[in-house]
Design a protein around this ligand. Sequence first.
Ligand SMILES: Cc1cc2nc3c(=O)[nH]c(=O)nc-3n(C[C@H](O)[C@H](O)[C@H](O)COP(=O)(O)OP(=O)(O)OC[C@H]3O[C@@H](n4cnc5c(N)ncnc54)[C@H](O)[C@@H]3O)c2cc1C
Length: 411
Amino acid sequence: MNDPDDAGDLERFRLRARRWLQETAPAHGWLRRPGAARRRIAVGDHDAVRRNRACQELLFEAGFAGLSWPAEYGGQGLGLREQIVFNEEARAFDLPLTAFIIGLGMCGPTILAVGTEEQKQRYILPMLRGEEIWCQLFSEPGAGSDVAGLRTRAVRDGDAWVLNGQKVWTSGAHHCEFGIVLARTDPDVPKHKGLTMFVVDLRTPGVSLRPIRQIDGGEHFNEVFFDDVRIPDTDVLGGEGKGWQAATTTLMNERVSLGAVRTLDDVHPSAALIDLARERGLLADESVRQNLVDLWMKETVVGLLGERVTAGIMRGRAPGPEGSITKLVRTGFSTASAELGFRLAGPAAAAWPEGAADGDTWANTLLFVPSLTVAGGTDEVLKNIIGERVLGLDKEPQVDRDVPFRELTGR
Ligand SMILES: Cc1cc2nc3c(=O)[nH]c(=O)nc-3n(C[C@H](O)[C@H](O)[C@H](O)COP(=O)(O)OP(=O)(O)OC[C@H]3O[C@@H](n4cnc5c(N)ncnc54)[C@H](O)[C@@H]3O)c2cc1C
């Protein structure tokens, strides 16, 4: 960063990205409407999926997809700082890319980290071109925070595996071609040791989905059932029995992407709330000003923490437990921002004329933010990780860690 040539390259990259975005965005309807919330893709919204795919394809063709991913698999072979610069420039626009958050934020990095050469050649390029969308199938009805306690079983059968079980809360599965799934392949060893990760093609016979309706009326995640689903041995990801290590790679990337590297795109930045307060004539109110300053401080802290995590990654370190700190702090910021926005917007936040564009922004945001305290690791679990792995405090007592899984469950 301190090298003047490097700084010049990065500035040229920024200008190229800015020019491309300014030229491309108007024609594709990617202009950000002030105050509009970013929306997830509901079941049956084929149009939104098409727009997401088209956006990713245009990014790929223009050389802005997979900026930090290796060129031999279709990436641009640049650094994370180019990705950050692109994200900064893209923040002013409304790029429809939510369908790719999990694939590009978690599944792709996992395949690049632990996949075979054949898997990288097969899966990375179509992901970058927007042709194949991915989801993450870890959580089960009885295994969320304690995901290592999962019960979905995969049993070897010749040169394939047969998968049976149920996943839940699978974001976006309804518009995905592929997923990474964690299953138990050996119940006779302790729970963390008997897991294997697979790539699963969701169009395989025996896979069925049931969307889950949320408090905001949308259906953005699903129950996914596997009934005798055959997965070729070549789709084992990271090695048989190495599922926990592969999953840790995925979850670290998830927390970093949720907390630090991604732009603050789900929440309303303090600048937008200052504008809203000004518009509503509330800036003279002392308590409003105090709340705005408090929010601005939280936002600044999230930004600085994010930069620290990013700097570590750029020095070649794998995303570590500090990703948990940024995710936790960002959740607090998002909640504070949603609550303040709802208050500043006044009655219009709770009731709006039918069909009013973005009328439901604040109501939706307020209903959405509690999910951030759960998705990608709950606040309580993140505090445990920070206590143990950042602060070096004693570990939580774990009575089941060294016991064969079959003895815990009787199966
Ligand atoms: C918006 C959203 C999207 C999601 N998308 C996906 C997805 O795409 N794929 C996927 O696999 N999963 C997904 N999830 C599921 C998510 O990973 C789980 O909900 C999460 O891990 C928590 O698991 P749980 O819901 O089973 O809660 P539980 O683990 O049962 O937790 C219940 C409560 O107990 C607390 N608790 C649990 N263990 C401890 C502990 N050791 N110490 C202190 N407190 C504890 C928790 O903090 C929580 O308050 C998503 C969730 C949300 C909200």
